[in-house]
Design a protein around this ligand. Sequence first.
Ligand code: COA
Length: 96
Amino acid sequence: MLGVPEAQDVFVREERRREGIGEAVMLAVERAVTGRGHRQVSLSYGIANTAARRFYKRLGYRHAGIEPQRVQGTIIVRSGPLEVDDTLIYLVKDLA
Ligand SMILES: CC(C)(COP(=O)(O)OP(=O)(O)OC[C@H]1O[C@@H](n2cnc3c(N)ncnc32)[C@H](O)[C@@H]1OP(=O)(O)O)[C@@H](O)C(=O)NCCC(=O)NCCS
């Protein structure tokens, strides 16, 4: 989404999941985004990723109105090149 900051690479070590770390990370992301003057934050997750779907729904993310996108090959995210073969669902959250 043009001009909307995008959260990428949200990852919690497997042995520390369901402790609220992911939620704390996303709230910190949202504070940082708001602090820079933005009113929305966006992200995407793989269509089969049920944990991510529930996680983001609970945090108030909604469909961004973008068709799910089939992505295959190497994409560049902040942490570097990433091999992807997935259908991505795009979400957005309006920040207070
Ligand atoms: C998605 C992810 C970041 C969640 O991190 P987390 O620290 O486990 O999440 P939290 O403990 O803050 O969970 C908050 C809520 O999200 C929902 N949730 C999180 N993981 C879930 C799961 N596996 N199944 C169902 N609901 C889940 C629950 O409502 C949970 O609250 P609860 O534990 O009280 O029921 C983590 O599972 C992860 O790193 N996954 C691999 C990478 C990934 O898929 N990243 C996101 C896609 S880009």
